[in-house]
Design a protein around this ligand. Structure first.
Ligand code: ADP
Ligand code: MG
Length: 900
């Protein structure tokens, strides 16, 4: 009979899934900028952005207003690795005249209690940060500022709505000055909702906790939302805790079909009719009253107590939560129920007792069901934010109903698990979450501020001022001049190698050429067909691996391997026996005496084959061909990749007189006036100079901007002390610099919970391509975490923000340094030409330049700032080292033929 009577209160799983979907829609509405003003569920940003990580420490005070009791707390948090904390609390009554009086009285009372607490705990004159737990809906604009939207539960204080409650508390503190501690020492640092406090307190014990739930006098939930979904707060990075204020769910009518006549009656008799309708179906403040209204009606209809209504049953508030809890203790039989009803003068039969117990069960079960449905919506949202198919998470819970009702917790857990089978949820009880939580939030704030200082300090040396960059440009300019002068050339760190490339293509070049490309990530052999006049080039190429043992073996082995690859390629292309002209792109510093002679000055990047330095690489190649004795080739030119890049772009834009590489290595070439090149005979025309600027600073001239991380990268490299500029600017090293910083920050306990993982110890694990991925604007933080996870780095959300920041600092500095160097080159060219303004094109190649999301932009901006009189056009080269080598070979061949 009762079942039939309360049919509307019994919710099937389908009905609950429907409630869940409705709440999901409410959350979206509350988060959206345009929809928020009319949303019932306010989804309030809390400005809490981080969960505790266990390294918090310090001593804090907290006051807690809005729960069943008003309390003051002293919390001590220790960073002893055991997540331990101490809490001492004192309860104070909240008299009716205070919770229904004026605002000033309320805050004076709060401060009175705090003063008493400090006196009893001997804390007078101690300088302690104060957290304020205030469990009513507040619109926060900062962590320590919040405007009350409206009272809930049994509070109704005048003149507080729409004012900043932190400010009111501060004012009351000041007034108390005389009898109390110096007010300026008692700083209110955080305003916290009890849900947030609960989440933070549980989060201190279980780092997976990202939801806080209250089921007590009121009901509410908070959870960590992605910043990019929070329209009301600036910024897209990281997460922020959202106080859902779900008690107001249904205030716009969204739950009307589920609300019974009893719910309506209860609402009409409440302090805030029409408001907090969801809360009124759930929280302990209302369940007793609901039961009373049901029993009253059933009795009036003669279904209970022989139809006899008692005065007690007619009195509001006569049935309380504690009665329901007692009646639902099934194990204790019907005794409790009988006793309670008797006390209400109802003279129950055994059947009455069974029926009443059943009413209680239906009412409290509905509460758990509704709570579970809304919680399931939050969990699903969290899982979808993380793009996970399955999620493990923890919910921290506080509140009298959940804690004391004999069946409530079990029911709630069971229903949640049924509604979201793809979430593994752990529920943990918060120990005085609302009080400790405010202290926890304050403690986390303290930790973050301290961490921020140290991270800023670590990254400060990577921030280069415009003056510093100007200084770099000037030093580069000095070094360029040194490299060109006869007396200083031998000892110059920027070697300024003549390439004997004197002209750019004129469009008449044609024929079939072979090209080799050695010195980048891949070794390639190419066949290039150039058709004259039409400026069209066709290429066929094959990539060959050069195993590490050959890169770092003997020179003979290296060149034998190269010739082996050429043989394979000729075979593959059906070209065996054809004696083709060959251009050899060899991207290491070579001292050339003619276009087809190049003595290796020294290996760079990842190469270190023996017996090559000081040798002519063309000779070595010729000898290897001879050793193989299978085919012959006409080696016409040895070419640096920068020169190839410049030539390729020059084929299309005659104004291109500079070639830049920002790939594995960093280097530049440009057309210099012959009269400035002292070590080459002749003063007419121009010749391309391969600057080999990667060696800039090898004489110590930029040591003032090198960081300890740069030094570590240098010391761990194949060529310590060499290529210092390259090691700050090129793809081979940027990831390694990042790794060094991450290790340092981890050692300082600022990252990865202070744990240096095995993978972070591995040199080279952090490739430069990861910088590009991590710094991409389109990438959500979650994806950054996935990248780090693939690297074996288990990161929190905060970790990934820091890693992204580190990557940004390193790549930005690289681009700026490169830009400063390039500014020196274009300025020199402008002065060479003696013009007020220079129009010039730079041909660029290199994956760092092409694929990094910000590198090219920052580089260009820097050039513009440091060389304002030059209009520099940047032109991407397509396969400069292959096509360029062929073009240089063609030009050389043409000039050679003309000469003959
Ligand atoms: P190379 O300079 O060796 O001829 P690339 O110009 O292709 O060849 O540069 C390769 C280098 O670029 C790699 O060594 C790596 O350091 C870097 N790199 C690879 N992928 C990326 C990327 N997505 N973003 C930035 N740098 C990258
Ligand atoms: Mg290359």
């Amino acid at each position: 009979q009762v079942d039939r009577y309360l049919y509307h209160m019994r919710l099937s799983d389908d009905a609950l899934l429907d409630v869940m979907a409705r709440f999901q829609a409410e959350m979206v509405k509350g988060l959206g900028r345009d929809t928020n003003p009319t949303a019932a569920v306010k989804m309030l940003p809390t400005f809490v952005r981080s969960l505790p990580d266990g390294s918090e420490k310090g001593e804090f005070l907290a006051v807690d207003l809005g729960g069943s009791q008003f309390r003051a707390h002293q919390v001590k948090v220790f960073d002893d690795g055991k997540q331990s904390s101490q809490l001492e609390s004192k309860f104070y009554p909240t008299p009716k005249e205070v919770i229904e009086g004026s605002g000033a009285e309320l805050f004076d009372y709060v401060v009175d209690c705090l003063a008493d607490f400090m006196e009893t705990k001997n804390l007078k004159h101690k300088k302690l940060p104060l957290g304020f737990t205030f469990s009513f809906p507040c619109k926060q604009t900062k962590l320590e500022e919040g405007f009350l939207l409206g009272w809930t539960k049994h509070f109704k204080v005048r003149g507080v709505q729409d004012t900043d409650v932190v400010n009111s508390l501060r004012k009351a503190l000041k007034k108390h000055k005389a009898s109390f501690v110096p007010a300026e020492d008692l700083e209110v640092l955080a305003l916290v909702n009890d849900t947030v406090g609960t989440m933070m307190t549980c989060g201190y014990d279980d780092p997976r906790c990202e939801v806080g739930l209250i089921i007590g006098t009121g009901t509410n939930a908070c959870y960590m939302e992605d910043m990019r979904h929070i329209d009301l707060v600036e910024g897209d990075e990281g997460r922020m805790c959202i106080n859902t204020e779900w008690g107001a769910f249904g205030d716009d009518g969204a739950l009307d079909d589920l609300r019974t006549e009893f719910d309506q009656e209860l609402d009409l008799g409440s302090l805030n009719p029409g408001k907090q309708l969801f809360e009124k179906m759930i929280s302990s403040l209302h369940l007793g009253e609901l039961v009373r209204l049901i029993l009253l009606k059933m009795t009036k209809e003669g279904l209970l107590f022989n139809g006899k209504v008692s005065t007690a049953l007619l009195t509001k508030g006569k049935i309380e939560m504690k009665h329901i809890c007692a009646m639902e203790k099934y194990k204790e039989g019907l005794g409790n129920t009988k006793e309670i009803l008797t006390e209400l003068n109802l003279f129950p039969t055994e059947e009455d007792c069974i029926a009443v117990q059943h009413v209680c069960t239906i009412v409290s079960f509905r509460s758990a069901n509704l709570c579970a449905a809304a919680l399931a919506a939050i969990l699903t949202r969290l899982r979808e934010n993380k793009k996970l198919l399955r999620m493990r998470t923890t919910v921290g819970i506080d509140g009298g109903l959940y804690k004391t009702h004999p069946q409530y917790a079990k029911r709630l857990h069971k229903v949640v698990r049924r509604l979201v089978p793809n979430c593994d949820v752990r529920f943990i009880l918060s120990e005085s979450g609302s009080g400790k939580g405010a202290a926890m939030v304050t403690a986390v704030g303290y930790r973050l501020a301290a961490q921020r200082k140290r991270i800023d300090a670590a990254l400060a040396p990577f921030l280069l001022s415009l003056d510093t960059l100007r200084e770099v440009k000037n030093k580069m300019r000095t070094e360029l001049e040194y490299g060109l002068k006869r007396e200083t050339q031998a000892s110059a760190s920027v070697k300024m190698l003549p390439t004997y490339v004197c002209g750019t293509p004129d469009g008449t070049e044609k024929g079939k050429f072979l090209a080799l490309d050695l010195g980048g990530t891949n070794f390639r052999v190419l066949l290039v067909k150039i058709r004259s006049g039409r400026r069209s080039v066709r290429m066929y190429n094959k990539i060959f691996a050069i195993p590490l043992e050959i890169m770092q073996g003997t020179g003979e082995e290296l060149f034998d391997h190269i010739v082996q690859c050429i043989a394979d390629f000729l075979e593959y292309m059906g070209l065996k026996g054809a004696r083709l002209p060959l251009g050899f792109t060899f991207s290491f510093p070579c001292r050339q005496a003619s276009i087809d002679k190049g003595t290796l000055v020294g290996w760079t990047k990842g190469f270190k084959a023996t017996d090559c330095e000081g040798e002519d690489v063309v000779d070595m190649l010729r000898e290897a061909i001879k050793r193989r004795n299978e085919f012959d080739l006409d080696i016409v030119a040895v070419v640096n990749d920068t020169v190839g890049t410049m030539m390729t772009c020059g084929y299309e834009d005659p104004n291109c007189e500079i070639g830049l590489i920002a790939g594995t290595g960093s280097n530049v070439c440009y057309m210099e006036d012959m009269k400035n090149i002292e070590i080459v005979e002749g003063n007419e025309g121009k010749m391309c100079i391969n600057t080999e600027w990667g060696g800039f600073g090898d004489n110590g001239c930029i040591d003032n901007i090198r960081t300890k991380y740069d030094k570590e990268v240098d010391e761990g490299s194949l060529n310590p002390g060499k290529q210092r500029y390259e090691k700050m600017t090129s793809g081979m090293y940027l990831g390694e610099i990042v790794r060094q910083i991450l290790i340092d920050l981890t050692k300082q306990g600022l990252l990865f919970r202070g744990q240096i993982s095995e993978s972070l110890r591995k040199r080279g694990i952090f490739e430069t391509k990861f910088l590009s991925q991590i710094e991409s604007d389109r990438l959500a933080l979650l994806q950054v975490r996935l990248i780090l996870q693939q690297l074996g780095l288990d990161s929190t959300c905060e970790d990934s923000i820091i890693v992204k920041e580190v990557c940004g600092a390193v790549s930005r500095r690289a681009a700026q340094l490169c830009g400063a160097g390039l500014a020196a080159i274009v300025e020199k060219k402008r002065e060479n030409q003696g013009v007020e303004r220079l129009q010039i094109t730079v041909g660029v190649d290199g994956t760092l330049y092409k694929l990094h999301p910000h590198f090219s932009r920052v580089l260009q901006e820097t050039v513009k700032q440091l060389a304002p009189q030059c209009d520099v056009t940047f032109m991407l080269s397509e396969d400069g080292s292959g096509k360029g080598a062929a073009l240089i070979t063609a030009v050389a061949k043409r000039l050679h033929n003309v000469g003959q």
